[in-house]
Design a protein around this ligand. Structure first.
Ligand code: PLP
Length: 369
């Protein structure tokens, strides 16, 4: 026992002090702590798809016979399926166990100890997390009061040690898009640029066609949100063929499991169904936005994704988060220097919007003052 007391001396020092990533709450951990049974919890905290995956996925997985066999490490079929879906050549595509895994892989490829990564904050916290795990130094360039990227400040932050720029588009947790002319200006710096299009199917905005002109452009996508496969962990990226080859070389073998491959195959056979769900979520987003706007003490921001970011103008976001949770409604809350007193709400089904708005109306008085 005693020999473990000094274990920190043996652990790599930058990991001893690392701030972890705060993941979303799993409903089963709230059993007995909230006023509703676990199965009635309304989970609006991780931008998951409230409609689930395509029924074709569940059917195919129930009878899949080869769980004992490793997947194709070269991702041949998967890359071809994704090429067909994206309209980009298979030689440009690399898949991964969630796009989070590609974020880590890209950082490992470009960023060494002490190298700098430019991050337009506030944004997806995994960029910080993976940079720090890999021993990189984070350079934070603040967005403006409406969360637009400050392109001049990004360019001014570039130094000899700068190796990578991250840009979530639409951004999370704020939901806004960066105009293509701004992305082009950042690409023209020549530094490797990651444009994370996790919410592409909701926003309809992409710079994927630019990959053939800019070999410093890397695009990330995921099946977690639009296709309802967050639990299976499958994402992909679009790269210049050269970067794609390096990523395939440095990735962990068999990084996409066979269930995820089956799920991608079946989802892409059921695209009309899935995009119909996306459409329902986008129109529900506008209904949720209108409902939130009517509450004088919240300020919702326009969103191109499947969630809405809100400033809490009167009262405490942490208290709001707790009160909603005890009623069985989960949302994300933030209270950091650049994300003060705010929450992010994923768009659910119409009945989830109704339950949330009702709860917010009831709570209004309780969290203010
Ligand atoms: C949800 C999200 C992802 C998805 O990550 P996966 O690992 O594919 O589930 C990636 N980037 C951003 C900005 C996200 O919000």
């Amino acid at each position: 026992m005693g020999s473990f007391d000094g274990i920190e001396k043996l652990i790599r020092s930058h990991l001893v002090t690392l701030g972890g990533y705060a993941a979303s709450t799993s409903p089963e951990t709230l059993k007995g702590k909230v006023e509703v049974p676990v199965e009635n919890i309304i989970k609006l905290d991780a931008n998951e798809n409230p409609y689930g995956c395509s029924p074709r996925v569940s059917q195919a997985l129930a009878t899949y016979p080869y769980l004992n066999i490793y997947p194709d490490d070269g991702q041949t079929e998967l890359r071809e399926l994704l090429a067909e879906y994206t309209g980009i050549g298979a030689e440009c595509i690399v898949a991964s166990g969630g796009s989070n895994q590609l974020i880590d892989l890209i950082i490992r490829l470009f960023v060494g100890l002490g190298d700098e990564v430019i991050n337009c904050v506030p944004t997806f916290d995994i960029y910080r997390f993976s940079t720090q795990i890999n021993g990189g130094t984070l350079i934070e360039v603040p967005r403006d009061e409406n969360f637009a990227v400050n392109v001049n400040a990004v360019k001014a932050a570039i130094k000899k040690q700068s190796k990578l720029i991250f840009l979530a588009n639409p951004n999370t947790p704020t939901g806004n898009i960066t105009p293509q002319r701004d992305i082009l200006e950042i690409l023209d710096t020549g530094l490797p640029v990651v444009v994370d299009e996790a919410y592409y199917e909701f926003s309809g905005e992409t710079v994927a066609p630019l990959v053939s002109q800019y070999d410093n452009l890397m695009i990330l996508r995921t099946f977690s949100k639009w296709a309802g496969l967050a639990g299976l962990r499958v994402g992909y990226g679009i790269f210049s063929p050269k970067i794609a080859d390096y990523l395939l070389k440095v990735k962990i073998p068999y990084n996409v499991n066979v269930a995820a491959i089956v799920a991608v195959r079946e989802s892409l056979k059921d695209i009309d169904y899935l995009l119909g769900r996306v459409k329902a979520i986008v129109s529900e987003r506008e209904k949720l936005f209108d409902g939130l706007k009517k509450l004088q003490w919240l300020k919702p921001f326009p969103s191109q994704a499947n969630f809405i970011f809100c400033s809490v103008l009167n009262g405490k976001a942490i208290k709001l988060h707790q009160k909603l949770q005890s009623k069985g409604i989960l949302v994300r809350y933030f209270d950091k220097p650049l994300l003060q007193n705010s929450i992010r709400i994923s768009v659910g089904k119409p009945e989830h919007t109704d339950a949330l708005i009702r709860a917010l109306q009831e709570l209004g008085g309780e969290i203010s003052g």
